[in-house]
Design a protein around this ligand. Sequence first.
Ligand SMILES: [Zn+2]
Length: 323
Amino acid sequence: MRECIVAVDVGGTNIATGLVDLNGNVLHRGKRPTCAGTGVANILKRIIDAISEELEEAENQALEPKGIGLGIPGLQDSLGGISFSAPNLDPRWQDIKVPARIEEHFGLPAEMDNDVRCHALGEKLFGAGRGVDNMILITLGTGIGSGIFIDGEMFYGAGSCGGEVGHVTIAEDGPLCSCGNYGCVEAFCGAPGITRRAKEAIGAGRESRILEMAGEMEKINPRIIYEAAVAGDPLAQEIMDDTGKYIGIAMAGVVNIINPELLVVGGGVAQAGEMLIGRIRDEIKKRAMIKQAALVKVVAAQLGEDAGLIGAAMLLPTRKRID
Ligand SMILES: [Zn+2]
């Protein structure tokens, strides 16, 4: 019987699930709404229902499930299996031993990591980072997160909280960030920060097609700003250029410290492609120290939305929970 792992990638909007073989092939995909904010018990039930469906599908495809890999957002002790908080799922979500509950329910080994580290593990094993020992993957979306590999090993830090590259300060008196600090790169370049910069400029009277393309102020988002930039709108181009520059400023510092051979850029905002990634690359090359700048390649992620599922599945063989 062909072996597989049930993978779960829990986000604030959807619970994505899949069956992944040990070579990183996704054999089945499922998706259901997370119903964030409806209580811990309900969200856990939705995760369990989603896993049950994948196990049925495994039986239909004559696959042997070996374990369950979980990508869960928020602060957690990944290796200890405790999800401390996940405000995107529910404000009442606190200190949940998700893998233990899943193991108990299904009688299969379960492992958990945060969504961004799962994404990074997927890209390292089967995507842009194949064969690379020192790598940083950053995800650009509502927030800016990272998964970091140092000398081939996933980096966690003392409290399992390492890798928060979105909260590198780039401006002493910058805007307030969701973390409580001022001037974090995420406050400028997370999706709400990008949108805010556009609205502020338009509100201050800058000419731009962004508002016309969005229809109204409240509908402006990074995708529309990107499309306006492609269409030649100078303000949109300036916002995209600043976004790449600010991320590059933050990442030049990180690159100096970690000395990676690869920086992989993923997440929804990274769909802007080379317009953004090229600008990040230029700023890093300009600012990082000579050796570090020369060694690091800056590339787009390759696996798209599958990366989180593949990485969640691969937590089990990586942590030697299955052969
Ligand atoms: Zn911050």
